[in-house]
Ligand binder design. Structure first.
Ligand SMILES: *Cc1c(COP(=O)(O)O)cnc(C)c1O
Length: 461
């Protein structure tokens, strides 16, 4: 399987090169040359597979340049760090199915993709005799998942900047208590935007980028999307085993990565009725689906911070399909966005969007209300991101359909909001108990490009 760019200006590359490339070199995003479609018989033959076996069947359709034994081994090792035998179990509460994606080491769904990406990087670097210094900025969540993805791996160092004392204490601890020699936490005395700007400027410093083989782990790597396709299939089997029909997946959305994986699953032939795109007050994607209004606004901070995003980086992949795989139309759309702050769509295009997607924006009051009401009805605690998806499903999923809500974080990870809604501080799972007593390591530096560049030079591979 070869990979092409949404902007159409690269030569096709294989899976391994696509993983190492991340962002396409023409500024677009990589996609498989064609999305394989599955027969009903193939689907049926996968129903009894374990998560790891299913992941192998799906990923091997796309990672055709990795030998089968190596791929199964990479998958098995990636999910050995999860605390549930089913990896992504499905529970049934109050008429909705909850797909629990938070059983990985950092208690959020990004582990599903980043555990695999870390192992893939280590495997490919070893094969190529290369090294990589990953540099990234985080406001909390992605940083810890990336660190856990590569801790202790050979030929990889990781430098994660977070704003000093501006993440939640637990988020900082989840990063700084990883004391493996290849992990370098940097607390920069500034804001998240300062951190992100410093990282951007380091990637734009081409001699520096090349000398230290800088790598990124942002949500645009194709391998991350691919890893997430698996749990849509896994959940669909569990729900239909139980008699569920007309499945609607409700997905709390920020960068459009998770829901795009659902779109790929549907395109492969998984019988999904609709994808429900749930947003918080940062609702550009809801405005797009419901009103055809794709215009940038300001980012509003909410109780579901991992969805506080305006420009969803993976949205370009969907546009490529909406525009009938025409890269010239994608390029024009992004020129239009840069020049006018919006993209306009034809009524025919919007009709096609609405064949696939439903959407609802859920505000903070509704989010907290949903956490409280759901807990009262079932005893189950929803994290605020998951609650956005549950509320959207309660309001939009028709009576003859089966809602499956993606639970993207463990409630303890966003315990303050959960406690505000219910009066209950959700207990941490065993893995995090006592984390505040563990040894930690973190460099506290000025939010200054020169200081941070010097620190990386000193500690890089
Ligand atoms: C990243 C994240 C999301 C949003 O996922 P996208 O792939 O960016 O749409 C939702 N919930 C949680 C807890 C997250 O960490």
């Amino acid at each position: 399987m070869n990979y092409i760019s949404t902007r159409g200006q690269i030569e096709p590359v294989g899976f391994k090169d696509a993983v190492m490339m991340g962002l396409a070199t023409d500024g677009g995003l990589l996609l498989p040359e064609r999305v394989p479609t599955l027969s009903a018989a193939t689907l049926d033959s996968w129903r009894e597979l374990s998560y790891q076996q299913l992941a192998f069947e799906l990923i091997s359709l796309y990672a055709t340049d990795i030998p089968a034994d190596d791929l199964q081994d990479l998958i098995n090792r990636s999910y050995a760090t999860f605390d549930n035998r089913e990896i992504t179990p499905v529970v049934h509460e109050d008429g909705v199915y909850i797909l629990e994606l938070f059983h990985g080491p950092t208690l959020a769904f990004k582990d599903v993709a980043l555990q695999l990406l870390g192992n893939l990087f280590a495997y490919l670097l070893k094969e190529r005799g290369e090294k990589m210094n990953i540099v990234g900025a985080t406001s909390g969540d992605t940083g810890s998942a990336a660190i856990y993805g590569v801790r202790g791996k050979e030929n990889i160092n990781i430098f994660i900047l977070h704003p000093h004392l501006k993440t939640s204490p637990i988020q900082a601890l989840q990063m700084t208590t990883v004391t493996d020699a290849n992990v370098h936490n940097i607390a920069a005395k500034g804001t998240f935007d300062d951190c992100q700007n410093i990282v951007k400027s380091l990637f734009n410093d081409l001699p520096f980028k090349e000398k230290y083989a800088l790598g990124a782990v942002n949500s645009i790597n194709w391998a991350r999307v691919l890893a997430q396709v698996v749990y849509y299939f896994y959940a669909w089997f569990r729900v239909t085993d139980n008699g569920g029909a007309n499945v609607v997946f409700s997905v709390p959305t920020g960068n459009f990565g998770d829901i795009f994986a659902g779109y790929i699953a549907k395109r492969m032939g998984l019988p999904v009725s609709k994808l429900l795109l749930a947003t918080n007050e940062n609702n550009i994607l809801t405005r797009f689906i419901n009103d055809g209004d794709y215009s940038l606004g300001d980012v509003v901070p909410t109780v579901s911070p991992s969805m506080d995003i305006q420009l969803a980086s993976n949205f370009e992949r969907y546009l490529f399909y909406l525009f009938d795989e025409n890269p010239a139309r994608v390029r024009d759309a992004f020129v239009e966005l840069t020049q006018t702050g919006r993209i306009a769509f034809s009524s025919n295009e919007l009709a096609r969007v609405r064949e696939e997607f439903l959407s609802r924006s859920v505000n903070q009051a509704e989010t907290l209300e949903t956490i409280a009401a759901f807990h009262k009805a079932t005893g189950y605690l929803l994290d605020p991101h998951t609650a956005v998806g549950v509320r959207a499903a309660q309001e939009l999923v028709p009576a003859d359909a089966t809602p499956v809500c993606l639970a993207t974080a463990h409630p303890a990870k966003f315990g303050e909001a959960v406690e505000q809604a219910t009066g209950i501080a959700p207990p941490f799972p065993q893995a995090l108990a006592g984390i505040d007593r563990l040894p930690s390591r973190c460099a506290v530096l000025e939010a200054d490009r020169t200081a941070i560049k010097a620190f990386i030079e000193e500690n890089a591979l």
